[in-house]
Design a protein. Structure first.
Length: 209
């Protein structure tokens, strides 16, 4: 069974409280979600392997650590996932970024892939899929299925807020994918929104509602 990591860092929790507030402006919402992504990225990459390296300082030789050649990629689920990308790129400037676009078929209600653009070496990379909200889990599960079909071997899922229903869906469909969230909320309402949540993350990032 995949692990679920809920971050209790004071900075993350403080920023999340402002992010949830319905009075928070579009500008501030964008800035906050990017900052939260940066802090979550710090925790999400804690298990990256290190190697020893000697560095010549102006004074002497320092015995240091560097990331041991691990290749990473960030894959946001369009469109709301884009709000998390800049914060993560600030932390990992050389990371490659892929994109997955999904919509729900009105007849089958299943996610349909309309856009899938990945770095050419995506199968050699550990992938962090990002989306602000893990509600039903349908989109996240489908996105990860498409990545696995493309040959990706190692995936993590990073969301700002999760619902128990979405976590259960992910663990059922992808028990090998660990889940990272800043908060695990109470439930979904009848419209599929996370309660208490923060509303529609995409609309709040892009000012479309």
């Amino acid at each position: 069974m995949s692990k679920v990591f809920v971050f209790d860092h004071p900075l993350i929790q403080h920023k999340l409280s402002i992010l949830r507030d319905k009075r928070t402006s579009v500008k501030e919402f964008r800035e906050l979600i990017s900052e939260i992504a940066m802090l979550m990225c710090y925790e999400c990459t804690r298990d990256l392997p290190l190697e020893d390296v000697d560095v010549e300082t102006p004074v002497a030789t320092a015995h240091c650590k560097r990331i041991a050649g691990k290749k990473l990629a960030i894959v946001p689920i369009l469109r709301a996932g884009l709000g998390l990308v800049d914060g993560m790129v600030n932390m990992i400037p050389n990371v490659k970024v892929g994109h997955i676009g999904l919509f729900r078929d009105p007849d089958t209600l299943k996610p349909v892939k309309y856009y899938f653009k990945m770095p050419p070496d995506i199968t050699e990379r550990d992938v962090i899929v990002v989306d602000p909200m893990l509600a039903t889990g349908g989109s996240a599960s489908a996105a990860i299925t498409f990545l696995k079909e493309a040959g990706v071997q190692h995936v993590k899922l990073m969301c700002v807020i999760g619902a128990p229903e979405g976590v259960a869906k992910m663990q059922e469909d992808h028990p090998d994918v660990d889940i990272y969230v800043a908060a695990l909320d109470e439930k979904l309402n009848d419209h599929g929104y996370i309660v208490p949540g923060l509303g529609d993350a995409g609309d709040r990032i892009f000012g479309t509602k």
